[in-house]
Ligand binder design. Structure first.
Ligand code: BES
Ligand code: MN
Ligand code: MN
Length: 461
């Protein structure tokens, strides 16, 4: 009955739901770039307006030290449970622009092999405007069909892609306002459009920057080359030494707190469908690579990593300039698993990197933002409600998975607000998040809007 009402409303508003999202995607809300400050404000105002139109009360743009959080709520009965929806309206920078087939902030719909019904190509379409907006439209649908079964609070932030520096302090100051029973987030992926899944964990993150200095100035690489340490050569060696021949990380004590999964847990994880050939084909790689002794899903889900995200120094312009550079730089991230601590790991990295540097150079190591790993109990009421909701709309029980990505604020929701989060993502890993040609399936968008109200229903029941 209820499901029919919801579907009827969704069907008769499909085009509008899509067009509203396309409008939101046209605003370049890139949190990492200060010149987009006006766009951030514009996006926050648009989200506020959409929440208000959908039927939320007390909708406000809450100032923080950084970009604002958009808050709104519908309290139908204080005795009923409260779902707190979290999402982010900021997006990653779109560079490199020349690799986009269409401009990142001019959304277009195109069919792909994986999305035969069409996908929206735009920065933020999947991560996270498209997935966040499903919640606004699901809420509208419940309001208009009189099927909202419990209270709801929205908290949509603008700094997730830069590590949520202001949201932590903001939630601590607003504990009373944010009181609720569960956090609901669509900012992760499912395995495939015919294989629904729910993440039961996220990795943490420690993000470092290193600067290696050799001689006090750039030198002629012929006159001095061979007699002076080249900081780029040295940095490459230092980075290479961070993995051994089995691709284990060599930083002392790095694995000390890593929780090893039991054979049973690993067997459970291995049930998640995974096709290595498709994986390789999608990425155009001849062979996968990772830590010895672990499967691909384990390598991304339950094992920590160390990866260079960027490395630079010396001459990178056109042609050849013979130079022995004074400095070399790298940005290095480590993904963390339960119970590793991002501050401890940053410290271990710093100590290690300083200790392996030869006397011929000096190194400076600084830490950027980080975040702690999380696990979501799969037997909790929230997880079971999410599972039932997906089972109903996909016709298949969702598979519990562990995601390799990070949403740093989730651990703080637990620590500061005492609430677990349900990672109710509907995107696909192949949707090119953070990459050129990011897209989000229209099927996924509507499926999310259809499934979310069922979460409310089962969570309240
Ligand atoms: N939505 C992603 C995280 C994600 C993507 C989780 C896919 C699971 C599957 C989020 O916006 C993100 O990109 N997080 C960053 C961390 C942040 C500190 C920049 C990440 O994981 O790199
Ligand atoms: Mn995201
Ligand atoms: Mn992201």
């Amino acid at each position: 009955m209820e499901r029919n009402q919801i579907q009827t409303y969704l069907n008769s508003n499909k085009d509008r739901f899509l067009n509203e999202l396309l409008d939101l995607l046209k605003i370049p809300s890139i949190s990492a770039k200060p010149e987009h400050k006006p766009d951030m404000q514009k996006t926050a105002e648009a989200v506020k307006q959409r929440l208000t139109e959908a039927g939320a009360d007390n909708v406000e743009i809450c100032q923080t030290k950084g970009y604002p959080v958009v808050y709104g709520e519908k309290i139908i009965d204080p005795a009923k449970p409260t779902v707190v929806v979290y999402g982010h309206y900021d997006v990653q920078p779109a560079e490199p622009l020349d690799l986009w087939d269409s401009p990142p902030f001019e959304p277009v719909i195109k069919k792909t092999d994986i999305h035969p019904e069409g996908a929206i190509f735009a920065r933020g379409s999947c991560d996270d405007k498209g997935q966040m907006y499903m919640h606004v439209k699901a809420f509208e649908t419940m309001m208009k069909t009189n099927t909202l079964p419990c209270n709801v609070k929205f908290m949509i932030e603008g700094e997730e892609e830069v590590g949520s520096p202001s949201l932590g302090p903001w939630i601590i100051e607003n504990k009373e306002k944010l009181k609720g029973d569960i956090i609901l987030i669509s900012d992760t992926s499912i395995i495939a459009n015919d294989i629904p899944s729910i993440d039961a964990g996220l990795r943490g993150l420690a993000y470092m920057e290193v600067e290696v200095t050799g001689p006090n100035r750039d030198l002629h690489s012929g006159v001095y080359g061979g007699a002076v340490a080249n900081p780029i050569n040295i940095l490459c060696k230092m980075i290479a030494s961070c993995h051994d021949e089995n691709n284990h990380i060599t930083i002392p004590a790095f694995y000390d707190k890593v929780q090893e999964l039991s054979t049973e847990e690993r067997a459970e994880m291995a049930k998640a469908p995974f096709n290595l050939d498709d994986f390789k084909k999608d990425l155009n790689i001849a062979e996968e690579r990772g830590e010895k002794g672990y499967s691909t899903n384990e390598r991304t889900g339950i094992r920590p990593t160390l990866d260079v995200n960027g490395i630079w120094g010396g001459y990178t312009g056109e042609g050849a300039k013979t130079v022995l550079p004074s400095k070399a730089f790298a940005k290095i991230s480590m993904r963390l698993v339960p119970h590793q601590d991002s501050h401890e790991i940053s410290e271990l990295f710093k100590k290690h990197f300083e200790s392996i540097a030869p006397k011929s150079v000096t190194v400076k190591v600084t830490a950027h933002h980080g975040g702690e790993p999380v696990v979501v109990p799969t037997t909790s009421k929230g997880f079971l409600a999410a599972s039932k909701a997906m089972e109903e709309t996909y016709g298949k029980k969702p598979v519990p998975t562990r995601s390799g990505g990070s949403i740093p604020i989730v651990a703080l929701f637990k620590k500061e607000l005492g609430m677990d989060s349900i990672l109710f993502g509907f995107g696909l890993d192949s949707d090119a998040l953070h990459s050129p040609n990011e897209h989000y399936g229209i099927f996924n968008y509507y499926k999310g809007i259809e499934t979310i109200p069922l979460f409310y229903k089962y969570f309240t029941a």
